[in-house]
Design a protein around this ligand. Structure first.
Ligand code: PRP
Length: 183
């Protein structure tokens, strides 16, 4: 077994577990959209780029990949929930089947903003897919495809970062509390 980086407390999801689940999600999506002409997969940068890359390569249906980027305020401390669009899609999604692909849904502000923004562009259908979801009492947006429910700890790896570190680890690990400074 490889030594864990000193910033990390423990592995929460192994590479094997993640890959198996990503394949299952791709199979489900391929089956659900079997009759669609194509599906638009919209990855939310930066975190979703690894998950999306693996997910789309397991799809057996025609698909288009595009990206959006948002920035949010008050992630720790006082939560404002305000989200700002930093990078938009290249093309319109009117009359397209669209799936928003996220790495993690935490408080849900980001997905909620994206869902309503894209809903306003008249897609044929709009669904959401996230690899991870933190346990919360209530979420204002539906999650149609979920990889794993995880505890409310700071996680890194498989696209997720702490100060842009640990993003490319093949597994998901819990960051030590003394590193994030969140108690
Ligand atoms: C993360 C993640 C989601 C968002 C979820 O992005 O990728 O987009 O936070 O949080 P919420 O449910 O509380 O809104 P982050 O802002 O860390 O940016 P990054 O993906 O570029 O690292």
């Amino acid at each position: 077994m490889t030594n864990l980086h000193p910033d990390l407390a423990r592995i929460i999801l192994s590479e094997g577990e993640i890959q198996e689940r990503v394949k299952a999600l791709a199979a489900q999506i391929s089956s659900d959209y079997a009759n669609a002409e194509r599906v638009y997969l919209i990855g939310i940068l930066k975190g979703a780029f690894i998950f999306l890359a693996d997910l789309c390569r397991h799809l057996t249906i025609p698909h288009v990949v595009d990206f959006m980027s948002v920035s949010s305020y008050g992630k720790s401390g006082v939560v404002s929930g305000a989200v700002r669009l930093m990078l938009d899609l290249r093309d319109p999604i009117q009359n397209e089947h669209v799936i928003i692909v996220e790495d993690i849904v935490d408080k849900g502000h980001t997905l909620n903003y994206l869902y309503h923004t894209l809903q306003g562009r008249s897609p044929t259908s709009l669904r959401t897919c996230t690899l991870l979801q933190k346990k919360r009492d209530k979420l204002d947006v539906p999650i149609d495809y979920l990889g794993f429910m995880i505890p409310d700890v700071w996680v890194v790896g498989y696209g997720l970062d702490y100060a842009d570190k640990h993003r490319t680890l093949p597994f998901v690990a819990e960051l030590k509390r003394e590193v994030s400074g969140i108690s």
